[in-house]
Design a protein around this ligand. Structure first.
Ligand code: SPQ
Length: 433
């Protein structure tokens, strides 16, 4: 579906609640499915990626009910999972594909899983490699690197694994396998990745030990069902945080947003660029910090983004690139090679599409360099290339473009933020008083 956006917004004003966190929603279904008892999940993200996770666990024999205000998972323990008679389809979701491999590695049956054309290009060896070391029998294209993958699990043993990448998907897959393996499993990362799995394991009564960059679990644990309230997704909030900073005469309040410090790199970047941003009402829900954010139109200066902060904002780099086009000076984004293996190669897609809008941006081997401020032009056709975050970044860009823009494949946005355009329109229609 193509989306036509009319260009420059006179202002963006109002309060919104972004939908539930995608990473946390996936994990609530997965841990609920392997726990004993009934888990109720509120503010679950009804985006396509999380619905893929539900669909896969239903095929593994887990009963999951969706109502208007919650999702209920009838967990029957890890041993309650059943060999699926159908191929598991993980859609566009890297998180579903990689984390479910961890669960299946320890499950004593055979499964075939596959995803869409983007998933078919994303590297799985980073997960299938260590899971094979634990004893899972996995095969697939390029020696188990690419989907479709076939996996026969069971009889796994704990490992001590030093991950070459800071990736929550790698860490979580190994920990999920470790929960049902013999002995201890330890994963050490080069930098800290998002830690929702560790926090949620605690909410389900699991025993997990975190020692700086090392996380360990003992095998043979039983998880106990619980109630999970999913915080708003800071990666979705990031689009409106940037919109509030760069669109003239704006003030946006975002309520109940997750503020886990492994995800708040975007807040640090906005502050270092001089954005007028305040945080209030901070509290903790299911071991996750949550708060309200208010941002208004700001004079911005360039910054440098890199090093250990990259894993704290990796999914926000497309919208940070747009932010940098409006900041005074040269913004450098480096150490972000991981962008190349997301839903698209996000170095290429961000640079090509922002260039079409007139931005002064160039790709580097591990990131991009953006010089601002630049006035963005309209009457241009751009594409999300099927990547939800590129689609949302371009939609926010349209609010400062000098004319109409057409976004091809804009429906990809429903992967993580089905109500995105409704929220954008709501902010555009609130008038100044
Ligand atoms: O699930 P998927 O497709 O990998 O989604 C993305 C996204 O932009 O929404 C990445 F493309 O988020 C990942 C994130 O980049 C979600 C995630 C998680 O929930 O564990 C972790 C990050 O990936 P990684 O590879 O660094 O572990």
């Amino acid at each position: 579906m193509d989306k036509v956006l009319t260009g420059k917004s006179p202002s963006l004003k109002g309060t919104i609640r972004v939908p539930g966190d995608k990473s946390i929603s996936h994990r609530a279904i997965m841990l609920g499915a392997i726990a004993e008892g009934t888990t109720r999940v509120q503010n679950f993200l009804m985006g396509e990626d999380c619905l893929s996770t539900i669909d896969c666990f239903r095929k593994l024999g887990v009963s999951i009910d969706i109502t208007e205000d919650s999702v209920t998972v009838l967990g029957r323990g890890f041993l309650g999972l059943k060999e699926p008679s159908e191929i598991l389809y993980t859609g566009n979701s890297g998180t579903t594909t990689r984390l479910i491999l961890g669960v299946l590695a320890a499950a004593p049956f055979h499964t075939i899983l596959t995803g869409d054309s983007s998933i078919a290009k994303r590297p799985m060896k980073r997960v299938t490699g260590p899971l094979r070391q634990m004893g899972a029998d996995i095969d697939g294209r390029e020696d188990g690197n690419l989907t479709p993958l076939s996996i026969r699990g069971g009889h796994t043993k704990g490992i001590e694994y030093h991950s070459p990448v800071a990736s929550a998907q790698v860490k979580s897959a190994i920990l999920l396998a470790g929960l049902h393996s013999n002995g201890t499993t330890i994963v050490t990362e080069p930098a800290r990745s998002r830690d929702h799995t560790e926090r949620m394991l605690k909410a389900f009564g699991g025993d997990v030990t975190v020692n700086e960059l090392a996380v360990s679990v003992e095998g043979g644990q039983t998880l106990t069902a619980t109630s999970i309230e999913v915080p708003g997704d800071i990666s979705s909030a990031a689009f409106f945080l940037v919109a509030g900073a760069i669109v003239q005469d704006s003030e946006i309040r975002l309520e109940k947003v997750g503020l886990n410090e492994t995800r708040t790199g975007i807040i640090d970047v906005l502050k270092s660029m001089g954005a007028s941003l305040s945080i209030s009402n901070i509290r903790e829900v299911n071991f996750e910090p949550v708060g309200d954010l208010t941002i208004s139109t700001s004079q911005l200066v360039a910054t440098e983004v890199g090093g250990e902060n990259i894993s704290r904002l990796i999914d926000e780099i497309p919208i940070i690139a747009l932010l940098a086009t409006q900041a005074n000076g040269v913004t450098v984004i480096k150490d972000a090679e991981e962008l190349k293996v997301k839903e698209t190669n996000r170095i290429d897609t961000v640079v090509s599409e922002l260039k079409k809008l007139g931005a002064n941006i160039k790709a580097t081997e591990d990131g991009m360099i953006i010089t601002g401020p630049t006035s963005l032009k309209g009457d241009v056709e751009v594409s999300s290339f099927g990547d939800h975050r590129i689609g949302m970044m371009l939609s926010i860009a349209s609010c400062i473009c000098n004319g109409q823009i057409v976004i091809k494949d804009a429906d990809a946005i429903s992967v993580s933020y089905p109500s995105f355009f409704a929220h954008l329109e709501q902010l555009q229609t609130v008038k100044s008083v």
